[in-house]
Design a protein around this ligand. Sequence first.
Ligand SMILES: Cc1ncc(COP(=O)(O)O)c(C=O)c1O
Length: 456
Amino acid sequence: MSTGTTHAVPPHLDPAVWPASAQVGVDGAVSVGGVDLRTLAADHGTPAYVLDEADFRARARHFRTAFAEAFAPLGVGVDVYYAGKAFLSVAVARWAHEEGLRIDTATGGELAVALRAGVPGLDVGLHGNNKSDAELDRALAAGVGRIVLDSLEEVGRVADAAARAGTRAPVMVRVTTGVHAGGHEYISTAHEDQKFGLSVTGGQALAALRAVLARPELELLGIHSHIGSQILDPSGFELAAHKVMALRAELAALTGHLVPEVDLGGGFGIAYLPGEVPLDPERVAKDTARTVAEACASLGTPPPRISIEPGRAIVGPTTLTLYTVGTVKPVSVTEDLVRTYVSVDGGMSDNLRPALYGAAYTAAVVSRAAEAATVRARVVGKHCESGDVVVRDVALPADVARGDLLAVPATGAYGRSMASNYNHVPRPPVVAVRDGVATVIVRRETEDDLLGLDVG
Ligand SMILES: Cc1ncc(COP(=O)(O)O)c(C=O)c1O
């Protein structure tokens, strides 16, 4: 009977997958941001999200400069909105803003975090396919820079909210271009049969844009297109940009109004597994700038100011989730295969993506040198579902044992932000590391937090 044994390997820290400052020390233990993960676990407990602040800031800057430089020859500026849905906290909103980004929010809660961080309303955008009146009123009171309309019905609702607030609401209209892109059906957002946006081909996009122009309480800033998430093939962005520029020109021909801005959304894919190649922001920026220049030249329209909304590509690779190994159980799968089930002290409550999308991750023992031969392992959580899988298939040292620290990299996006209290498990803290210092930016939930909501 084989155990799927391969060669012994030390933790392989593929720089595309692990936080930029991750390093293996002489004793084989891993540090991030100059903080030994064993010390971090001792001080803050596990599970914990460990976020490399310098990496976050560098990625934010990279998007800003790559797009600004690519579009400079067209004579137009670029605004980068950090998509807070990927992960938002007061500290992260502040870092993003300090690095020259604006904040894209999708709910009143995300808006509240951005405002708490001191981000001026003008530098915040509000999305959402079902915004409440309270969310609209709050956004207008905060003076947000734009509200992205997602339905024809919302044109009237936002105009009425603006009238109530005695202001003029700056709006964009989110359109679906029919370009289907992204890592999973649930995160592909511009094909026709889903809930977001207004169809270009079906004519609803044009109707909504004209409806906005008919309402004096609304200021039409532009057209918004987000085609999906975890996109690794840049051609979708170009195709969508073409379609949006054509729609902009069509609206101008019909109404005489040339919208000044176009948002091309987020969705820039990252590497989750060693060997995967993330989408290169510089390449997308250059390709999209060329597409916009060519499209506008052939349509006879000046290029618009551009905005983008990256979330995952800024925060995803900056963070790892640190767990402690508990039960280790060999399971005979077939006569030829024994799989080692490694249970950790978290699971689908801190990372829903494997259960939701079948998302793949890697893992490594980070508290010691991993010199033993490896076994085929499955990292699982502590929840009451057999689908509570953290990493479906990974080679771990055969001597992996209770008490080892295990890290799963690239969990910064849609990890903490989608976390739940399933099985009444308190959500882990987010600990930022930088220059040898670990700082809790979101504290661990406690049983008192959970019981405090239960009013009997
Ligand atoms: C409108 C919009 N903008 C931006 C994003 C961010 O996408 P990503 O995190 O893949 O960059 C999303 C994600 O769903 C979105 O719906």
